[in-house]
Ligand binder design. Structure first.
Ligand SMILES: *Cc1c(COP(=O)(O)O)cnc(C)c1O
Length: 350
């Protein structure tokens, strides 16, 4: 069942104690709100917003690229990146299970005439060089033009190391293709892999990074790349209605996150590990932990009963049955996690 089916918190629930549905539920903290309130702003469509310009320069610098573009969402950022690389009739080679293929409503095809060639992932949540090589089309009028490789890191929390990424990107390069990274959780990936931002960005022409997930900003992503691609992306962002005016209010939240939140992501990973170990120890089911995510296939098959038991105790999980994704983020403290563990424990013992 879809990850996003029935994502809403159970009915009648006030603000939950512990919301484990996603790291998108994070709310801006007082310090971030203060930074937003005092942001210096201008009209960013005119290039006049100093806070947006600062965020873009900072992200470009950190990722070792020449330019960056503030985007309203990760979905629009991936779409604009694909439009910057590809024209109508071109193809993006990606994975079936990736966000760009499953959860972006085929925007590249609907709005840009771009085909998605979606391949299965291997057991380590990666595309193999052989699979990508076999998918690249020869120059023939029967085929779309294979123009771009799109990878995702982290993928369902799984961080892929550079030595697995490099050979796959190399295959695309041999065919003259571009390479884009959907790095919605880019900073979780580098924290887990122990890399600097520019090291993980290096194989790619463009990287999309979400500010609105574990980084805790209310809105926004940043697309990073070279000057030409980002200039094209700016045009496509305008076409899609994503040119924002006094966006510095939002960019200030992103800058605050780069200053204060990035370094707390390892705490979320540590809490995920502790949570996973606790679920395992109480016999709650089969448990996997990847960066800030815990995946639980509960012993009890009655997902509805588990969900409402937890909801009564202020712990919210998403509606998907089977393997449940539980996401740690900065609004889950050690104390609230302890209460969530107790709530799972009561259910296991009931
Ligand atoms: C959340 C997410 C996106 C899209 O971000 P939105 O801001 O929700 O549009 C893209 N890719 C991945 C892997 C994501 O997790």
């Amino acid at each position: 069942m879809s990850l996003y089916t029935n994502m809403s918190s159970p009915e009648g629930q006030n603000r939950p104690l512990c919301d484990l549905r996603s790291d998108t539920v994070t709310r801006p903290c007082a310090g971030m709100r203060a930074a937003m309130a005092s942001a210096e702003v201008g009209d960013d469509v005119y290039g006049d917003d100093p806070t947006v310009v600062r965020l873009e320069a900072r992200m470009a610098g950190q990722l070792g690229k020449a330019a960056a573009l503030f985007m309203p969402s990760g979905t629009q950022s991936n779409l604009v990146a694909m439009m910057a690389h590809c024209g109508r009739g071109d193809e993006v080679i990606t994975a079936d299970a990736y966000h760009v293929n499953r959860y972006e409503a085929a925007g590249a095809s609907v709005l840009a005439g771009i085909a998605l060639c979606a391949l299965p992932l291997n057991g380590r949540a990666m595309l193999t060089p052989d699979a990508v090589r076999a998918a690249i089309k020869e120059d023939d009028p029967h085929h779309p033009v294979s123009r771009l490789l799109c990878l995702e890191n982290t993928h369902y929390g799984a961080a892929t190391a550079l030595d697995e990424i490099a050979p796959v990107v190399a295959v695309a390069r041999e065919a003259g293709m571009g390479a884009h990274l959907d790095g919605a959780r880019f900073f979780n990936a580098i924290a887990a892999l122990g890399l600097a931002p520019d090291e993980l960005a290096a194989p790619f022409d463009t990287i999309s990074v979400c500010l609105s997930k574990g980084l805790g900003a209310p809105v926004g992503s940043v697309l990073v790349g070279d000057r030409d691609l980002i200039a094209r992306a700016r045009r496509h962002r305008k076409i899609l209605g994503g040119g924002l005016r006094q966006a510095g209010v939002l960019a200030a939240a992103g800058l605050y996150a780069l200053d204060h939140t990035v370094q707390t992501l390892p705490d979320d990973h540590a809490r995920a590990a502790r949570f996973g170990a606790a679920l395992q120890a109480m016999g709650a089911g089969v448990v996997r932990v990847c960066t800030n995510m815990v995946f639980l296939t509960p012993t009890s098959r009655d997902h509805g009963a588990l969900r409402s038991h937890l909801a009564d105790r202020g712990v919210v999980i998403s509606g998907q049955a089977g393997e449940i994704r539980l996401v740690l983020h900065r609004d889950v403290t050690d104390d609230t996690l302890d209460q969530a563990i107790d709530a799972f424990h009561d259910f296991a013992g009931a």
